[in-house]
Design a protein around this ligand. Structure first.
Ligand SMILES: Nc1ncnc2c1ncn2[C@@H]1O[C@H](COP(=O)(O)OP(=O)(O)OP(=O)(O)O)[C@@H](O)[C@H]1O
Length: 282
């Protein structure tokens, strides 16, 4: 791993972490992550790779301190053992208050966030949601400037703030969700497929924006992505998961060329072969 801040501490320290989904609705308990350990220094960008079902989203969600909530209706992942120290806090054991403080520092783009923006709210209200749920009396003018800059960086016109999510294309909704993840100017970003559904013309804007954000804020990032542009432009180190276990780790060059693990080699070859001609239509 490239240490972007040799004098700083690690922002993410995952030790021997195991995560499962409890039995529900007739299905048995499912072990999603097993004995995973890695760390990410402050200011570094770590990419998470692995085939469908390998546990990337589950791991990202727990590290973003969004897993393990008891308030949501969907079945949430449960940490069975190990620790995940994120920005100095063990996300496995957080009080409600500490979780709220920590999640203000960790921007999170969940896998379906672009597709599931609240349909009854304007784009502006969707973007303001993470702030409004913490402080109803926030400084609108100051936040307005932050939003304007983020919208511009991902090529969304400001007039879009008054529209509703259903009026936007899939890729536009995804870009709105990215703006929402960064609106509180967090020290860390955990993003699950940030360029999902974004058309090829606008993908570089998203990548440029994430790169600029990382540079300006020395932000630490954990990015689940199979987008070769994201991986090559942003990621310092890749973690590869297979069936919930860590099976590969290194720079993109190391993972793509020097790994001994046949699964990782196959994944790297598939990524190289498909990524360049993949076209997303908004
Ligand atoms: N709510 C849930 N209840 C039960 N099992 C789940 C739940 N969510 C995910 N899983 C299971 O946990 C495993 C890991 O899922 P996860 O979504 O983390 O994988 P992933 O690598 O992100 O996959 P994808 O690339 O398809 O999003 C899978 O076997 C999945 O079926």
């Amino acid at each position: 791993m490239i240490d972007r801040n040799p004098h700083g501490s690690d922002d993410i320290i995952v030790s021997d972490l195991s995560i499962s989904y409890p039995a529900h609705g007739g299905s048995a308990q499912h072990q999603a992550i097993e004995g995973v350990s890695f760390s990410v220094p402050k200011g570094a960008v770590c990419g998470l790779l692995g085939e469908s079902g390998s546990g990337k989203s589950t791991l990202a969600k727990v590290i973003a301190a969004r897993g393990n909530e008891v308030t949501q209706r969907t079945v949430q992942p449960v940490v069975n053992s190990g620790a995940a120290i994120v920005l100095g806090q063990n996300v496995v054991k957080l009080s409600k208050r500490k979780r709220s403080i920590l999640t203000a520092e960790i921007g999170y783009l969940g896998q379906a966030d672009g597709a599931t923006l609240p349909p009854d709210r304007t784009v502006a209200d969707c973007i303001l949601e993470p702030i409004a749920e913490r402080d109803k009396r926030f400084d609108r003018q100051q936040i307005g400037l932050v939003i304007a800059e983020l919208m511009d960086q991902v090529a969304l016109p400001l007039t879009m703030l008054h529209t509703y999510p259903h009026e936007l294309s899939k890729g536009q909704r995804q870009r709105v969700a990215i703006v929402r993840a960064l609106v509180m100017q967090p020290r860390m970003l955990v993003a699950d497929e940030p360029t999902l559904g974004v058309d090829v013309a606008n993908r570089p804007r998203v990548v440029d924006m994430l790169d600029a954000y990382r540079t300006r804020h020395n932000a630490t990032m954990l990015l689940v992505s199979h987008d070769i542009t994201v991986l090559e432009r942003l990621v310092d180190e890749l973690i590869v998961l297979q069936s919930g276990s860590l099976v590969g780790r290194g720079t993109i060059e190391e993972v793509f060329s020097q790994t001994n693990h046949t699964y990782v080699q196959r994944l790297a070859a598939a990524l190289r072969a498909t990524a360049y001609d993949e076209l997303a239509i908004e």
